[in-house]
Design a protein around this ligand. Structure first.
Ligand code: ACO
Length: 332
């Protein structure tokens, strides 16, 4: 194991998904698709869609409030807030600052980090390193997305895949060695950025009537290429982190993968030789919620009793960038 000076542990988790359920049959009324096509290709049956007035910061704050309550940590004790999102309420201020205000956190360092669907693993590593520095006591990490706001509802190849929601965790330090977030393996390959991106809305293509007409402010994806890369990078990250920690895959009690596509997860499971029943899955209900996917699944897995004291768990993700990341966790 890679020994860290202080263990960083997950003290509490929370999650939130909007009440409005959009089924595959509902989508078939908007675009030329079917429940059969979507379910057999992706494993998704339905997803949650936020209200127009409900923003990423609102969903993130709700999930975070639950995480704080379960951790038994007061807002005043949080001194670091890091948010992973590709759908911030606005370019600035950061969604982390908005969540800080909504939760009444009096003073904290607040920042957003963007690594698309790998975002939550990225912010876990950043928060863990800052907590290990000894300069912070408690970090609030939040993955939150309102992907419905950047989907092209005329493009059946993308709009059927995604949903809205948020998940959060409170992290703190523990003197017990070898528990909590044991290790990370993150990576990126910017040269493959054009397989999944949103061209408009930044300084390269600011919003103009012309950019709106050309549908530049919507997510674009070459799905088949993303699919192949996803399996390759998640397998690599997972194998590397297991190997560098001397962990055999049958020692893993639970794997929490990014919930993008059931076929991607099944291929990953086969390549890692881990039975599917050890993977925590919820994509049938929520679709792909990008940076919120792992923390929602983590929270549900904990509430469902899938992670017990002493258990080893692996979280693994891939996303636009391309980015990827894996982390190995031992439940305290
Ligand atoms: N309903 C019906 N037909 C459809 C739909 C739809 N919703 N979407 C595409 N099709 C059609 C295509 O037009 C194509 O028709 P054609 O053969 O007549 O041209 C046919 O179905 C097959 O299309 P493919 O794209 O080859 O289908 P594939 O089996 O590859 O599945 C999918 C597509 C589901 C998108 C798959 O490639 C995938 O899951 N890729 C990974 C996507 C992903 O995980 N993205 C998230 C990344 S994470 C992040 O950072 C946000």
């Amino acid at each position: 194991m890679t020994h860290t000076p202080r263990s960083v542990v997950i003290q509490g988790t929370g999650s939130y998904t909007p009440g409005d359920i959009q089924t595959n049959d509902d989508l078939a009324k908007i675009v030329d698709t079917s429940d059969e096509w979507i379910f057999t290709r992706t494993g998704i049956r339905e997803r949650r869609i936020a209200e127009e007035s409900e923003q990423s910061s609102d969903m993130g704050a709700t999930a975070a409030a639950q995480a704080l309550e379960r951790a038994g940590v007061e807002a005043a004790d949080i001194d670091l807030v890091i948010v992973a999102t590709i759908t911030p309420d606005m370019p600035f201020p950061s969604t982390a600052c908005l969540i800080q205000t909504k939760l009444g956190i009096p003073n904290a360092v607040c920042m957003d980090i963007e690594a698309a669907c790998s975002g939550f693993i990225y912010i876990l590593e950043v928060a863990a390193a800052l907590l290990q520095s000894g300069r912070y006591r408690h970090a609030l990490v939040v993955g939150t997305e309102k992907l419905s706001s950047i989907l092209d509802w005329e493009d059946r190849t993308t709009c059927v895949l995604f949903g809205d929601g948020a998940g959060a965790a409170v992290l703190g330090v523990s003197e017990t060695p070898n528990v909590g977030l044991l290790d990370f393996k993150l990576g990126a390959d910017g040269a493959k950025g054009d397989v999944l991106y949103m061209p408009g809305g930044g300084c390269a293509v600011p919003a103009t009537p012309d950019s709106l007409d050309r549908r530049m402010h919507f997510l674009k994806m070459r799905g088949r290429e993303v699919f192949k890369m996803a399996v390759t990078v998640m397998e690599k990250a997972a194998k590397e982190i297991l190997e560098q920690n001397g962990v055999n895959s049958d020692q893993l009690a639970c794997v929490i993968p990014h919930q993008a596509n059931l076929r991607i997860i099944e291929l990953l499971a086969a390549r890692l030789e881990i039975p599917m029943d050890r993977f925590y899955l919820n994509l049938e209900k929520y679709g792909n919620t990008s940076a919120a996917s792992i923390p929602i699944a983590l929270d549900e897995a904990i509430q469902a009793g899938r992670l017990k004291s002493g258990d080893l768990a692996l979280m693994v993700a891939f996303g636009a960038g391309l980015t990827w990341g894996a982390t190995l966790v031992r439940c305290p």
